[in-house]
Write a protein that binds this ligand. Sequence first.
Ligand code: TLP
Length: 347
Amino acid sequence: MRIIDLRSDTMTQPTDAMRRAMAEAEVGDDVFGEDPTVNQLEELAAERLGKEAALYVSSGTMGNLVSQLKHCGRGDEIILGSHAHTFFFEQGGSAAVGSIHPRTVPNQPDGKLALEDIEIAIRGDNVHFPRSRLILLENTHNLCNGCPLEIDYMKAVGEIARRHKLKIHVDGARIFNAAIALGVEPKDLTAEADSVSFCLSKGLAAPVGSMVCGTQDFINQARRARKVLGGGMRQAGVLAAAGIVALNEMVARLAEDHANAKKLALGLAEMPGISINPDDIQTNIVFFEVTREGMVPEEFVQKIDAEGIRMLPVGPQKVRAVTHYHITSADIDQALGVIAKVMSKVK
Ligand code: TLP
């Protein structure tokens, strides 16, 4: 039975072109700055996001952490969404490793932080308070249906940050999905950001790695932070080679993933016992609720798993499905067929 794995776009396997590039990659010791393939990937990433320099890191989590460590000192405060990946799923690394204080404001359903909420959260100069240093935004926003944040919103947050002398970090794990969905250049989405991290290993299908982009000075500092976290890699060019293919060949096709996600959402909206508004789905992440009485998401997921369809239960009612390179339009038909069968058997 072919498994249709919709748990995450992290499930993507390297393409044939990536495997060839990896086998043939020219390498050197990257801690000495001597890996030509890593250097090439870093230049390419910086150029795509309109920044001076970039750093290859092992994961999105590491990219977000080194960025926070460089923007903030002990006891400084970061303003971020209540549903930010950095707050929810990164082990509280900012506090645990960096002694950085997280101040959450509610994420709106579209992944934004309301501008007035950001303003209110910014601390005045007072001996009782931590110092506000950084605003962290997520684009696309994973837990908010993969919503993309538009350029105008970024500009509005940029204006607040400048007025209060705060920095902006964008967790752009899926920034290319945002750019494709909005029909804009990625660099226009990150123009207001002092730093941005993005993942090569999700929809872009590279096996390992994320990039942090920013000014040359910031990236020099981030390189030190990466080293102390144990992230200094040596002949990493064998991995970076796949990242170069990811950036050159895998961005434009993300539109297919978005179309498949929309198709899934529209199909699910027709199913009894499932609740979803397909208008909410703009990129490759689909959250829906199992509303059928007596059926919890874990049971739903187990039942479809037995028929070769994998999804992730999230919280008491929700299930997440993420489309990606290995998911075809026919796979969506197959998944919808299985779900219809499973739901029809439930009383
Ligand atoms: N997200 C993963 C899981 O951790 C939930 C997924 O399957 O979606 N920022 C965002 C917005 C992310 O979605 C993720 C990973 C990360 C950062 C962390 O990236 P990694 O997993 O490379 O550390």
